[in-house]
Design a protein around this ligand. Structure first.
Ligand code: GCW
Length: 678
């Protein structure tokens, strides 16, 4: 893609539409989303010479009941029951590919399904097969500030330039880019976004009151792609900007204020999705100020949203960020459970409790949060961090889908029980009352959207996993490659190389950064690069407890913080036991001597050395594979990734050397292979 283009097409380059564009297509359906499908088809046909003024058709895309169907399509309908919101049925017989949906959103998703299939959509016979999103809510939360924050900038933890919505205190008004974003989201299955940061500052607290026009304009640009807008709101908004003396959730004036503001929001944006709240966390206001609890706070907002069909997403990320490092009984990992489990069953039906995947904070390796097994009466959403705050900040290749798949497939109630995917998506055919999946967006106004071009794959994978959480992560990467590099002359070779570079990149990152689940040995503040003791004597609750004898946090019931007891059996016993605890989580749950022997026979200290040397070697190998792709991908994209690989390698070496040196100095144990430790 040439630089002349304002922004990269990501997974929707024109070439991805070749197979559809060369066919004769009939679109049946009304309303703006069906209009979007018609435009897409027309654009592809203009480019690739297809199109038809009448039958026979190669492709029929229809919303049920919107017009007389050709015979083949009728036959497919006859075989299918009701499909449901956003779903579609796809099948092919007698040379006709048919996509049917109950609603126009389903038609749009069905269209992009055909695009993904490419020529396979028009080959042989298949289906009919029903496709339905596992989760109703598939939302990306943008940590975008309207005003530039003095420390966090325009986008908090953003690694891809400025916000696509806001600049220097105002809406950018670049709705072409917002529309293009909506289109990318529809093509991977995301159906909602939050347009501002969960840390809500003064200007952003006014979005629902004084700056609704800006939000409505974004909502209008996204509507044709089935993407709804949410707002992060400040719990203290009734006081400022509201002017009331209190924001007490049980105060009638406060409740009336939120009801009034919410009615205004819906008047401007009829399909508004809801509110997202970070309360009593890292300095954000919340119900504790008024002696009330999280259920009081969440239910108050839920009552304001309920008449309009909106939801409140309340984050479970609540902990004491002013802890005394000397105090070993307080454990940040315990906090979400301790705060929220007693409230199970007390939240209104339109409250979703949004839970980070691990108990601490988006580290490259954490156990799955114990909340997922502990709140059966609450709608839980899984929160994933697509933006790579702790996973290389979009300067390192770190393909996150394999990590997310592990989380989604984990069975919190024990082997054979429901997995996390089931717990957060429920059974969409019946209640539709699941929590869903939320991702913290990695997008900015960078040409490639995500800073690192290969980080686009994380955004794509988030959407695809939110739609079908059990899809194999390598298959998702495969789709992404096929679409993004549809213009490639030798796609098979490129596919092979990109898999080799990306499939294992999360584990590579884990190897040169955080061994055995220890986490948070990052530079305080920006969280980039190593600083082993950077957080060790701070109030943030993120420690490794390394001394001359050993390393790791004792979270056992027997001798530690008791965090293992927040899991049901068997996990409470597995994690408690030094013998049974999985090695990759060993230092998360146990403080062990450097000589502790892992399952593969290596000691902990030797494992630290080995993985740090190996991690750097893996980066070297990936970088040289990428160099081999010069000429196989667009030169600008190639150059961007090459530059980033140089930085990744520099940083990986820094990690290796600081970690190895630190633990060598602490332990005095030399590397068994005599490699260079400083
Ligand atoms: O990981 C931490 C980040 C904060 C972020 C917080 C959260 C938005 O360092 O920047 O604040 O998580 O999830 O609320």
């Amino acid at each position: 893609m040439s630089r002349a283009e304002e922004f990269h097409p990501a997974w929707l380059p024109p070439e991805a539409f070749g197979p559809v564009g060369a066919r004769r297509t009939l679109v049946l359906g009304d309303g703006p989303l069906a209009g979007t499908v018609r435009e897409e088809v027309a654009r592809a046909e203009d480019r690739y010479g297809g199109g038809a003024s009448g039958p026979p058709y190669d492709l029929v895309l229809a919303v049920a009941g919107s017009g007389p169907l050709p015979d083949t399509a009728e036959a497919v309908v006859a075989e299918c029951g009701p499909i449901g919101a956003e779903g579609f049925v796809a099948g092919r017989r007698d040379g006709v590919t048919v996509v049917l949906a109950d609603d126009p959103a389903g038609l749009l998703y069905g269209f992009f399904h055909v695009v993904r299939l490419g020529e396979r959509a028009f080959t042989g016979a298949f289906g009919p097969q029903a496709h339905r999103p596992a989760a109703r809510l598939r939302v990306l939360d943008h940590w975008d500030n309207v005003d530039v924050h003095p420390v966090m900038g325009q986008v908090e933890r953003g690694y891809a330039g400025g916000s696509i919505f806001w600049r220097d205190g105002a809406a950018r008004g670049d709705l072409a880019r917002v529309r293009a974003y909506g289109r990318l989201l529809a093509a991977c299955g995301v159906n909602a976004i939050t347009v501002n940061n969960v840390n809500v500052h003064a200007t952003e607290a006014r979005l629902p009151t004084e700056r609704l026009d800006d939000v409505a304009a974004i909502a209008a640009a996204l509507r044709p792609y089935g993407v709804r807008v949410h707002l992060a709101v400040a719990f203290s908004a009734p006081v400022d900007p509201g002017g009331l003396p209190t924001a007490d959730p049980l105060d009638n004036d406060v409740r009336a204020w939120w009801a009034g503001v919410t009615a205004q929001v819906y008047a401007a944006i009829p399909d508004f999705g809801g509110y997202l709240v970070k309360a009593d966390s890292e300095g954000q206001p919340g119900p504790f100020t008024y002696g009330r609890g999280h259920a009081d706070g969440a239910n108050m907002l839920a009552a304001a949203l309920e008449p309009h069909g909106g939801v409140v997403r309340w984050r479970a990320f609540v902990y004491d960020h002013r802890q005394d490092w000397r105090d070993r009984s307080t454990d940040r990992a315990r906090a979400a459970y301790d705060h929220f489990v007693p409230l199970d069953g007390r939240f209104s039906r339109n409250v979703i409790l949004q839970v980070k995947h691990g108990p601490i904070d988006f580290q490259p390796r954490e156990p799955v949060s114990p909340l997922f097994a502990a709140m059966p009466e609450t709608r839980l959403a899984l929160e994933l961090q697509v933006t790579q705050e702790y996973t290389g900040q979009q300067r390192h290749v770190c393909h996150l889908a394999p990590m997310w798949s592990e989380v989604l497939r984990f069975e919190p109630e024990g082997p054979g029980g429901p997995d996390v995917a089931t717990l957060v998506t429920g059974d969409p055919a019946s209640s539709g009352e699941s929590g869903g999946l939320a991702g913290v967006s990695n997008v900015g106004d960078d040409h490639y959207w995500t800073g690192h071009p290969l980080a686009q794959a994380n955004l794509y994978a988030f959407g695809r996993l939110a739609w079908t959480p059990r899809t194999d992560s390598a298959a998702i990467l495969d789709e992404w490659i096929g679409l993004t590099f549809a213009a490639s002359r030798d796609l098979a070779a490129l596919r092979r190389e990109l898999h080799a570079i990306m499939d294992g990149s999360w584990r590579t990152y884990e190897r040169y950064t955080s061994p055995l689940g220890v986490g948070f040995m990052v530079r305080p503040g920006d969280h980039y690069g190593p600083d082993v003791d950077g957080y060790e004597y701070t109030p943030w609750g993120t420690y490794h407890h390394a001394d001359r004898d050993g390393v790791g946090v004792d979270r056992t019931r027997a001798t530690g913080t008791g965090f293992t007891g927040q899991y049901p059996r068997p996990w409470s016993e597995v994690y408690e036991s030094l013998e049974r605890c999985p090695d990759e989580l060993l230092l998360f749950f146990h403080h062990v001597p450097y000589g502790h022997v892992l399952r593969d026979g290596t000691t902990v200290i030797q494992h630290i050395y080995d993985t740090h040397f190996a991690g750097v070697e893996e980066v070297v190998a990936a970088r040289s594979r990428w160099e081999g792709l010069a000429g196989a991908v667009d030169p600008d994209l190639h150059a961007r990734v090459s530059t980033l690989f140089d930085e990744q390698l520099r940083c990986a070496r820094e990690w290796r050397d600081q970690i190895n040196t630190y633990f060598y100095r602490k332990s005095g144990v030399p590397d068994a292979h005599g490699r260079r430790i400083h």
